[in-house]
Write a protein that binds this ligand. Structure first.
Ligand code: SF4
Ligand code: FES
Length: 235
């Protein structure tokens, strides 16, 4: 265990924890939009910033991708931290003014949000879907393109690789804004404009998973399709 000082309190943090994890473990709230506990940090939204003392000076840093060190001193609620979070939220709000998740976050951080319907569901480029697809599902059907590297300053976006997608729906589940739409109708599931054939459970008859997903699991694990075509509730 590491001995740390957060907001003037002596606390403990696990060795190898990020500053965000150390704060969460000590019930200190930190706003986040691009963080998920099961995914690698991405550092995109900058809402999670804190101040850390380094060489006698306080420096603002994102907390989701910075490890906490022994004897670290951290401030999560200073004026500088509040100001930096508000600025990050303002930038998001100006870019995506009708997206509910953005409006809610901006409002909670002191940004004046105009009246109006929160009916948008923009992609805020948080990378949760791409990381889920790569790290958890392992199929790489979603990728960032035009990330503004080198001379290319085009607006980045998410590219959907239809041939790789198995229709599992994890991206729709994790997306914080509702940009990823998944719809079900009869024995079909639509996601990212691709239609998948659903498999009905061999026992209860409920459509429970896309055929492509089950085939993919069968290929990866060697478990025969006949075993996989029973839903988890009936197993
Ligand atoms: S589609 Fe959703 S999860 Fe993916 S980057 Fe955009 S907002 Fe994030
Ligand atoms: S949660 Fe840390 S940068 Fe988004």
């Amino acid at each position: 265990m590491l001995n740390v000082m957060i907001d003037g309190k002596k606390l403990e943090a696990k060795d190898g924890a990020t500053i965000l994890q150390a704060c969460q473990a000590n019930h200190i709230p930190i706003p986040t939009l691009c963080f998920h506990k099961d995914l690698m940090p991405f550092g995109a939204c900058r809402l999670c910033v804190v101040e850390v003392k380094a060489n006698g000076k306080w420096q603002v840093t994102s907390s989701c991708d910075a490890l906490i060190k022994d004897k670290a001193e951290v401030r999560t609620n200073s004026d500088k931290v509040k100001e930096s979070r508000k600025l990050a939220a303002e930038l998001l709000y100006y870019k995506y003014p009708t997206t509910k998740a953005v409006r809610d976050m901006a409002e909670s951080l002191g940004v004046e949000v105009a009246e109006g319907k929160a009916e948008g569901s923009d992609c805020i480029l948080c990378g949760l879907c791409t990381r889920t697809c790569h790290e958890i599902v392992g199929v790489d059907a979603l990728k960032f393109v035009d990330r503004g590297l080198g001379r290319n300053v085009a607006e980045p976006k998410i590219e959907y690789v239809a041939d790789a997608c198995i229709g599992c729906g994890s991206c729709a589940y994790v997306c914080p804004t509702g940009f990823v739409k998944m719809e079900a109708s009869g024995d079909r599931r639509m996601i990212w404009d691709k239609s998948f054939k659903m498999v009905a459970c061999g026992k209860c008859g409920r459509y429970f998973a896309p055929e492509d997903q089950l085939k993919w699991i069968s290929k990866k694990t060697g478990v025969p399709m006949s075993v996989l075509t029973v839903c988890t509730s009936c197993k």
